[in-house]
Ligand binder design. Structure first.
Ligand code: FMN
Length: 209
């Protein structure tokens, strides 16, 4: 049985464009594979705290040397890391907030980017992903348009997520909903375009395979 980890990061619920598209993607995936196991990680409903000093120290301490308190400081990060290690594919809803990802998503990534667990360093000190064989479909939403035009250089969502998941060994694919701030018609057209891209992407087929 294949497992899909769905990561939501919009604080908005009913009106969220990224959540609307992740719902469509999950529906498509389930219609292709009714046995697909869905695991949900909603970073707005259950916020992940920023890394504390205690957690950072524990992350850098060899496991056999961890104190009881350091083990406890790693509990959440260990849980989230196991969750991502146990997934076959990831589906990420990623709104643009001030040109980057929502801080909730950044905080989550800080917990799952773990040397020795989700990436390692080569002899030359280069990071190498340990989440190999996994891929992520990332559904972004933004008020403006960043895939082309004068604002493209302000997009720190796609390059960041492509880079950080790439370092972890996860291949990324993106579908964008953009220009939702240009009025309801523009928003509806952007959603329709993204839904078409999703249907054509082979996403559900790849999960069922
Ligand atoms: C706090 C905040 C910051 C935002 N910053 C940007 C931005 O920098 N550029 C942009 O084009 N849109 C920005 N927006 C608009 C959102 O990207 C847009 O509403 C998008 O649809 C949010 O995704 P969601 O509908 O899934 O919540 C911002 C929205 C919020 C709430």
């Amino acid at each position: 049985m294949s497992r899909l980890l769905v990561i939501e990061s919009s604080p908005r619920t009913a009106d969220s464009f990224s959540r609307k598209l992740t719902r469509t993607a999950v529906d498509l995936a389930l219609s292709a594979d009714p046995n697909l196991q869905i695991v949900r990680r909603d970073l707005a409903a259950e916020p992940i705290p920023h890394l504390s000093e205690a957690t950072i120290v524990a992350m850098r301490t060899p496991r056999p040397h961890l104190t009881e308190a350091q083990r406890a400081a790693l509990d959440l990060s260990d849980f989230l890391t196991d969750e991502v290690l146990g997934a076959d594919r990831l589906l990420v809803g990623a709104p643009m907030h001030n040109f980057g990802v929502p801080s909730a998503l950044k905080a989550y990534i800080d917990h799952i980017a773990r040397a020795g667990l989700t990436f390692s360093y080569s002899a030359e000190g280069r990071p190498q992903g340990l989440l190999t064989g996994k891929s992520a479909l990332i559904l972004t939403s933004a008020g403006g348009v960043y895939s082309e035009g004068h604002a493209a250089s302000l997009d720190f969502v796609s390059p960041y997520l492509r880079s950080v998941f790439g370092v972890l060994g996860v291949a990324t694919e993106f579908i964008h909903i953009e220009g939702v701030a240009f009025g309801p018609d523009a928003a509806a057209a952007a959603v329709a375009q993204a839904e078409t891209a999703l249907a054509k992407s082979g996403w559900a087929g790849a999960l069922a395979a």
